[in-house]
Design a protein around this ligand. Structure first.
Ligand SMILES: [Zn+2]
Length: 266
C-alpha cells in the first residue's frame, strides 16, 4: 500500500495503489492561478480569479480523463452524506449544491469531489458493487464519525459489504502539526474510549496533538473495513506547505485542494 506522485496531462496528482478505480488527490501544482492561489486552486470561494479556477478544473478533468463536471459538496463540518446521480453533475460556479460533507455514487463516469486544506480527505471504493464514496473529515467531522457514516450509507444504498471496501486517507494535517485545545482529545477519547489514547500525544508546548488520520483509520476499521484495505498518506499538509494547501500555515489565505473518485465507465 502506498501513495505515489503521478503526472497526468501536466498535472501532478497523488494516487493510492489500494484504490482500484480512477481517483486522485490534487496538490498545489499544475494550475494557472497566481498570487496566493499559485497554482492549482480548486476552491471557488477563495477570492481567486474565476477564469483561472475554471482553467484549473479543465486541466484536472483532462488529467483524470473525464469531461468537465463533477458532483460537488457544500461542506459544513457535519456528517450528511448524499447519494448523487448524473443530474448532480455541475460545472465549476454552477448552482449551489446541497449541504453535505460526503458523497456516494455508483454512476459510471460521474466524478465526486471534496475539498480540503489540512482537513482529512477520505476516498472509498467497493470493488464488488463498483460504487465509490468521498468525505471531508476535519476534527469535528472526524469525531462525529463521517468516515463510518459514509461506509454505512454505501451499505444502505448499494448493498456494499464493508470488507469489500478499500479506502485511501489522503494528505492532511499530521499529528506533528495538529496542536489543539482540550476539546479535540476529549472528543476522541469519548468516541474511541481507551483506543483513543493511541492517537493523542503531548507536544513540547504542553498542549496535546491529535492524529486525525489515525482516528479516521480506526473508525473505518470499526465500520468493518479490513486494515489491509486502508491506505494512509504519510504526508502532512502543514509540513509540506509548498506542495499542499495548508489552512493553518497560511492563516486562511490559500487555495483548496480536491480529492476525486469515480466509477469507471464501461
Ligand atoms: Zn506536520
Amino acid at each position: 500500500m502506498s501513495f505515489i506522485l503521478k503526472e497526468s496531462c501536466g498535472v501532478p496528482l497523488m494516487v493510492s495503489d489500494t484504490i482500484g478505480t480512477a481517483h486522485a488527490f490534487t496538490t498545489r501544482w499544475g494550475g494557472v492561478s497566481g498570487g496566493i492561489w499559485e497554482s492549482l486552486n480548486l476552491g471557488e470561494n477563495r477570492g481567486d480569479v474565476k477564469a483561472d479556477v475554471e482553467e484549473n478544473y479543465r486541466r484536472l478533468s483532462a488529467a483524470i480523463g473525464t469531461r468537465l463536471g463533477f458532483a460537488f459538496t457544500r461542506q459544513v463540518h457535519r456528517t450528511a452524506v448524499r447519494r448523487v446521480y448524473e443530474s448532480d453533475r455541475r460545472e465549476p460556479y454552477g448552482p449551489t449544491p446541497p449541504e453535505c460533507d460526503g458523497l456516494i455514487t455508483d454512476v459510471p463516469g460521474l466524478p465526486i469531489i471534496i475539498f480540503t486544506a489540512d482537513c482529512i480527505p477520505i476516498l472509498l471504493y467497493d470493488r464488488v458493487k463498483n460504487a465509490v464514496g468521498a468525505c471531508h473529515a476535519g476534527w469535528r467531522g472526524t469525531v462525529a464519525d463521517i468516515a463510518g457514516e459514509t461506509v454505512r450509507r454505501m451499505a444502505e444504498e448499494f448493498g456494499s459489504r464493508p470488507q469489500d471496501i478499500c479506502a485511501a486517507i489522503g494528505p492532511g494535517i499530521g499529528a506533528c502539526c495538529f496542536e489543539t485545545g482540550p476539546e479535540v482529545p476529549e472528543a476522541v477519547r469519548s468516541l474511541l474510549g481507551g483506543e483513543g489514547d493511541a492517537f493523542i500525544s503531548q507536544g513540547r508546548g504542553g498542549r496535546e496533538h491529535v492524529d486525525l488520520k489515525g482516528v479516521n483509520r480506526q473508525l473505518l476499521i470499526r465500520a468493518g473495513l479490513s486494515p489491509k484495505g486502508i491506505d494512509v498518506s504519510g504526508e502532512c499538509t502543514m509540513c509540506l506547505h509548498d506542495k499542499y494547501w495548508s489552512h493553518r500555515y497560511t492563516d486562511g489565505a490559500r487555495g483548496s485542494q480536491a480529492s476525486i473518485i469515480m466509477v469507471k465507465g464501461c
